[in-house]
Design a protein around this ligand. Structure first.
Ligand code: SAM
Length: 292
């Protein structure tokens, strides 16, 4: 069947099924073949790969993925898209479509059901849940090689910046703990139907085999990072001492900062991942020993 990656063919299929775009599902379909080429090329897919696509929409990218990959599993929440996908993917015997919510489905089970090898995730993500999707993929330790995704431009910037900039925060640190981020291409709003209000970016996150820093307790590290950025306009010490779940008091926070040669008024956005790892390890020890 004809490629869907243009305005005419996308409109035709939308009209044929009288499909109503649902804003609440972040439905902005790609209508630009050259962007599809760039995404598929950046994802570096071979016949050996099993690809997980999140939100196939009408199947525009799914068709391309199916042509390159050994297998594609596409998880789509909107049941109204199921008959459309049945038609647009009819020519491919290596695609499985699951009518599920990606935040609820058991991704470990999907991987196990499809050969158990580390997957490559490729998606034009629904923007309203970009961060939870990325965090779920990494924090659940699903075996994966890379995540190549279209996201809102500002979110891509946040994923790849270093300390000392306004965009740097918990998302930057989490992504950079698990993966190497690389911007692939900027994508103007005109490449989608309907046109979104924001510009987009394709970013590739290549999973590290081993995180770049060692930490005593990964969950604790991320609890510390989140608390440090909770009160963006306030100091890191305030964020940590006020975080109910952490169970560290102000003296402990200030004591550890002093041990590290850091000022009590330092802000989270100035610390590297290495320093956060050191801070969280020291806080863990101070809390366990009831120090300061
Ligand atoms: N891949 C298509 C494309 O590039 O044209 C569609 C991309 S569109 C930005 C996002 C897609 O994700 C929509 O099809 C939407 O219905 C789907 N989606 C939204 N929330 C979802 C969720 N929680 N789980 C699975 N799919 C979801």
């Amino acid at each position: 069947m004809a490629t869907l990656g243009n305005r005419k063919n996308t409109s035709e299929i939308i009209q044929k099924y009288q499909f109503d775009f649902r804003k609440k599902f972040g439905q902005n379909f790609l209508i630009d073949n050259s962007i599809l080429d760039k995404i598929v090329e950046a994802a570096d897919i071979t016949r050996q790969d099993c690809v997980l696509e999140i939100g196939p929409g009408i199947g525009t990218m799914t068709q391309r993925l199916a042509e390159e990959a050994g297998e594609v599993v596409a998880v789509e929440i909107d049941k109204n898209l199921m008959p459309i996908l049945e038609e647009t993917l009819a020519g491919y015997d290596n695609v499985t479509v699951l009518n599920e919510d990606i935040l609820k489905v058991d991704i470990h089970q999907i991987v196990a059901d499809h050969g158990g090898r580390p997957i490559k995730v490729v998606a034009n993500l629904p923007y309203y849940i970009t961060t939870p999707i990325i965090m779920t993929l990494f924090e659940s330790h699903v075996p994966l090689k890379s995540v190549t995704v279209m996201v809102q431009k500002e979110v891509a910037d946040r994923m790849q910046v270093g300390p000392g900039t306004k965009d740097y925060g918990a998302l930057s640190l989490a992504v950079q703990y698990y993966a190497k981020p690389e911007i692939i291409t900027r994508v103007p709003a005109a490449c989608f139907m309907p046109r979104p209000n924001v510009d987009s970016t394709v970013i590739r996150l290549t999973r590290y085999e081993k995180p770049p820093v060692e930490t005593q307790d990964e969950e604790w590290l991320f609890a510390v990072i989140r608390a440090s950025f909770n009160q963006r306009r306030k100091t890191l010490a305030n964020g940590l001492a006020n975080a109910a779940g952490l169970g560290v008091n102000r003296q402990q926070v200030e004591g550890v900062l002093a041990e590290m040669g850091l000022s009590a008024t330092i802000r989270g956005e100035t610390l590297t991942l290495e320093r956060f790892s050191e801070l969280s390890d020291r806080l863990l020890t101070a809390r366990a020993a009831g120090r300061f």
